[in-house]
Design a protein around this ligand. Sequence first.
Ligand SMILES: C/C(=C\COP(=O)(O)O)CCC[C@H](C)CCC[C@H](C)CCCC(C)C
Ligand code: CDP
Length: 295
Amino acid sequence: MAASALGRRGFEGRRIGPEASGRGRPCAVKVAGSRNPKVVTRRHALPAAAADSMLLGTVQPLDVYVTLCALIGSTAVVKTFDSLAERDLIEKNLSRKLIHTTCGPLFVLSWLFYTQSEYARLLAAVIPFVNGLRLFLIGSGAVTDAAAVKAVSREGDRTELLKGPFYYTCVLTLVTVWFWRRPAGIVALSIMCAGDGLADIVGRRLGRGNALFYNKSKSWAGSGAMLAGSFALSEILLALFASFGLLDPQDAAGAARVLLICVLCSVLESLPVNRALDDNITVPAAALVIGSQLL
Ligand SMILES: C/C(=C\COP(=O)(O)O)CCC[C@H](C)CCC[C@H](C)CCCC(C)C
Ligand SMILES: Nc1ccn([C@@H]2O[C@H](COP(=O)(O)OP(=O)(O)O)[C@@H](O)[C@H]2O)c(=O)n1
């Protein structure tokens, strides 16, 4: 599904997407032997091969700015939820799951603004890494932050930050490095963030009386919300990446494959096995394995 058409500008690549003709706007080219399209600006597009090799090997100032902005943004979002939870303006479970549902997708949106530099993915990965480090320091007791513990834990125990929340940031970090701007990565993160987050938010409210026959602690309402949320977010993000020229537009068969991955992951999340294994790891791992084959 990654943008794959080649060749209009001599060499190996052609610009794709509606922004392809926009001066100074990003456009994607596919380099022979490379799995991902590279984003260049029109200003840099000629000759494409020279520009590509120049940009690939260097840290781009734009990527540093985007990373700094996203770091500031992530701190603002997390602190907002922390202070809402601290002042009891939002219930503890809800704050945790709202953070869960919103932070990852906002982070994936930031991927749109990076260049095609080889270092872009590493700079982007700094954002979840730093957030993970913060959770680790608070969870291990090295740093005291009562508001963060209240916003992110289930029972108010700081060591809980070392489990689900920490795994969540680890998955975001690893997927950023290994599945940068790839459909499998985008879909896996959509499922982990929106899917798992909405399953809890909706399941706790509408799940009474419709427990799953094979797992009484989960509900049709929760699993249905997970499926709908995962699929909707995946499709929105894939369409957005396509509109920026970073992926090929999706056809109906592509959407059906995304739906299949969302169904399988929703079933996996609903199984009783997740008591032993954290679903912030199992669910995205399954999505990445299946997505790598199907997308
Ligand atoms: C509460 C979280 C996971 C709990 O999972 P579960 O055990 O309930 O299943 C997620 C914790 C997220 C963390 C506090 C902050 C992550 C920030 C993110 C990496 C970057 C957001 C960037 C953006 C630009 C706002
Ligand atoms: N498929 C699902 C998932 C969760 N839920 C609801 O959300 C609650 C928390 O789910 P969970 O234990 O899987 O939560 P996390 O481990 O993801 O934080 C459950 O006790 C259910 O009330 C649901 O109804 N259906």
